[in-house]
Design a protein around this ligand. Structure first.
Ligand SMILES: [Zn+2]
Length: 124
């Protein structure tokens, strides 16, 4: 006779030892819960639930390559050099970390302060 042992309230799969180890490894590698779920084969919610149960600490978010940004998700210090034309679908800001004391990244700070036509570069 077969019966199912009820798990610990998780959904979407079984937490085998192997999966738990994978979860911890991915988690510590900075992989998102959704991505962990995809790789292990469980739901994102199951991953989150398990993470809480094991007591894994939120780790520092891994720095990722700059993503495309638009005016609406601006948060924090980023290079606000506009790329494209406002109103265009692909208009966005540069988004890389700015250099100290400047609103732009190194590359764009250079462009911002050299205006060939006006010929009056600001003194540093
Ligand atoms: Zn920039």
């Amino acid at each position: 006779m077969r019966y199912r042992i009820r798990g610990d309230g998780m959904e979407g799969g079984t937490w085998t030892q192997e999966r738990v180890e994978q979860l911890i490894e991915l988690w510590e590698g900075g992989v998102t819960t959704a991505e962990i779920g995809r790789r292990i084969g469980v739901t994102k919610n199951a991953v989150i639930g398990k993470v809480h149960r094991i007591g894994l600490v939120p780790r520092v978010v891994i720095e990722r390559p700059p993503q495309r940004r638009n005016v609406f998700d601006f948060n924090g210090l980023i290079c606000m050099w506009p790329i494209g034309h406002p109103g265009d679908e692909d208009f966005h800001f540069c988004g890389t970390p700015p250099v100290d004391g400047k609103p732009y990244c190194a590359k764009h700070a250079g462009q911002a302060y050299i205006r060939p036509k006006e010929g009056k570069p600001e003194a540093a």
